[in-house]
Ligand binder design. Structure first.
Ligand SMILES: Cc1cc2nc3c(=O)[nH]c(=O)nc-3n(C[C@H](O)[C@H](O)[C@H](O)COP(=O)(O)OP(=O)(O)OC[C@H]3O[C@@H](n4cnc5c(N)ncnc54)[C@H](O)[C@@H]3O)c2cc1C
Length: 491
């Protein structure tokens, strides 16, 4: 069946989609519904969207606007975490900055709840909503990298894999997170922790500019020179200030063959390994990224895992790593010179789309015997106790130089559970919270991007919060972008 035929037959079959994919410009197709559709307002009230308004919206969009019943509606509304099963009134699958501007204006003019979907990896499911408009950037996923300027440009819906791949093709790289199907959008706006951050800083420390659509529907290009307050706010302030349709990143020369891999010890050697690490890690170079996890690994058993990436001369890396390798009796030592993308994709399948997942985290300023003891005592094989190493270049950025304030941490402890059966939700959430609670005394502040609950938004922004709320008042006084770690506009 060709495209035109499909469009016609779908309508004839009574599909209740307002506009069919790609049919819009060829054959404007009005909704089959006689009346408007039920929706939810910004402040959660039931409202109705008129048929004419929806049609007008579809007519100005290049990408499709999908309603329930559209053949792609169900796949479009599903995000990474299988815990979230929400049904937006409309999904605007944008293909350009102009589309995003039109979608933002439609939501604002109709007082409609808005969710913004980049890569769809929001743990608490804030990139989808019941009854509102989902602005879907998944088709805006192009990344280009330039060897001469050492810059990458990534569209707002690009994935980290797109970014790493484009940069590596030019012998360059920037900090990107550890699961390659994560979106650049939410990841970057929240901070961006990855395996190169001790050398290059967080991802936000490498953002040199952006194109953003603010609540007034305007397309703005921002940088340290152009609208510097807004540029400051998007580097850590999340999706509060608008929809970013393009990020510009600073890239660094990089040999993709890096000394990297995992070392595993049986969990009964955890004390030796962790006590050693607690002292040794204080003096590590910026090139060495190494941090401990505790987990049950299939076919290996309960383990302490050190994930290693040495961003420099492998011989120097071998030398620096040697004392760690001499501790206890590892069951696996997989550290070798290998392609960087092997590490960058090693968790992709375990943390695949559709898994039900819960996560919490906390920042650790320094290691102590108490922390080591608590990690061992609280071990629970149902929970993946992992980390993002910080320190190095992350720590050398001032607390308020960007909107991400947790600069003085050495490490972020991350508590993640993943399961398939909804009947296990309560048990797995409880197990994660319990382990988190045991280690809470050793942590202060958290990274909002890896947090399911995140109820302390204002306090967690710390010294950045006041400036953020003023900038919010300037660019989003009506708090249109509120499905995020929300910053209320200053009065
Ligand atoms: C499996 C997995 C691995 C992860 N690994 C890491 C890691 O290594 N390092 C790390 O730092 N974090 C990591 N995270 C956390 C990750 O940074 C956040 O989940 C982040 O929100 C993902 O961005 P996204 O675009 O995929 O999310 P989405 O769910 O699409 O968006 C999350 C929120 O970000 C905002 N947003 C997204 N895109 C845009 C945009 N273009 N413009 C404006 N607002 C936007 C919206 O407010 C949205 O609600 C991981 C998450 C998962 C699920």
């Amino acid at each position: 069946m060709d495209r035109r035929q499909f469009c016609r037959s779908a309508v004839a079959a009574g599909v209740t989609a307002a506009f069919l994919p790609g049919c819009g410009k060829e054959t404007p197709v009005a909704t089959q519904a006689d009346t408007g559709i039920a929706a939810v307002s910004l402040d959660g009230m039931d409202i109705e969207l008129g048929k004419a308004a929806i049609k007008e919206f579809g007519d100005v969009m290049t990408g499709p606007v999908m309603l329930s019943g559209h053949p792609q509606y169900d796949s479009a509304r599903m995000i990474w975490n299988g815990m979230h099963d929400k049904r937006p009134a409309l999904i605007a699958r944008c293909v350009s900055a102009e589309d995003v501007g039109n979608a933002v204006s439609f939501a604002r003019d109709n007082n409609l709840l808005v969710a913004v979907r980049g890569g769809g990896h929001s743990w608490p499911g804030k990139s989808v909503c019941d009854g509102g408009l989902m602005i879907d950037l998944s088709q805006m996923n192009t990344v280009t990298a330039d060897r001469d300027t050492r810059r990458a440009r990534a569209q707002g819906g690009a994935l980290l894999n797109n970014l790493d791949t484009a940069a590596l093709e030019k012998g360059l790289i920037t900090t990107a997170g550890v699961v390659s199907h994560t979106g650049c959008g939410g990841y970057t706006l929240g901070g961006g922790f990855g395996r190169l951050n001790r050398k290059y800083g967080l991802t936000i420390d490498n953002v040199t500019g952006a194109q953003i659509i603010t609540a007034d529907g305007r397309i703005r290009r921002i940088s340290a020179e152009a609208e510097p307050d807004l540029f400051w706010a998007i580097r850590g302030g999340g999706g509060n200030f608008g929809v970013v349709t393009e990020f510009e990143y600073r890239l660094h020369p990089f040999d993709r063959n890096v000394l990297s891999g995992n070392i595993l010890w049986p969990v009964d050697q955890a004390r030796d390994v962790l006590e050693f690490y607690a002292e040794w890690s204080a003096g590590l170079s910026d090139e060495l990224y190494v941090g401990p996890s505790l987990a049950r690994i299939p076919e290996v058993g309960d383990s302490v895992i050190m994930e290693v990436v040495y961003n420099g001369d492998p011989a120097a890396g071998e030398k620096e790593l040697a004392p760690l390798r001499a501790i206890g009796k590892p069951t696996v030592d997989g550290v070798t010179v290998q392609d960087y993308m092997i590490m960058q994709t090693q968790e992709d399948a375990t943390l695949a789309h559709g898994v039900r997942s819960y996560a919490k985290n906390g920042m650790v300023r320094e290691w102590s015997q108490g922390l080591v003891d608590a990690m061992i005592d609280a071990y629970d094989p149902r929970v993946f106790l992992t980390n993002h190493v910080a320190g190095g270049a992350v720590k050398r950025v001032g607390e308020t130089d960007t909107a991400f304030p947790h600069r003085n941490a050495e490490l972020m402890l991350v508590f993640v559970t993943g399961w398939g059966d909804a009947a296990m939700d309560r048990e797995m959430i409880q197990a994660t919270r319990q382990q988190y609670a045991a280690l809470e005394p050793y942590m202060g502040g958290y990274y909002d991007n890896i947090e399911f609950d995140g109820a302390e938004a204002a306090g967690n922004y710390g010294p950045a919060h006041r400036r953020l709320s003023k900038i919010k008042a300037q660019y989003d006084p009506g708090n249109l972008f509120r499905l995020n770690s929300n910053i209320e506009p200053a009065a």
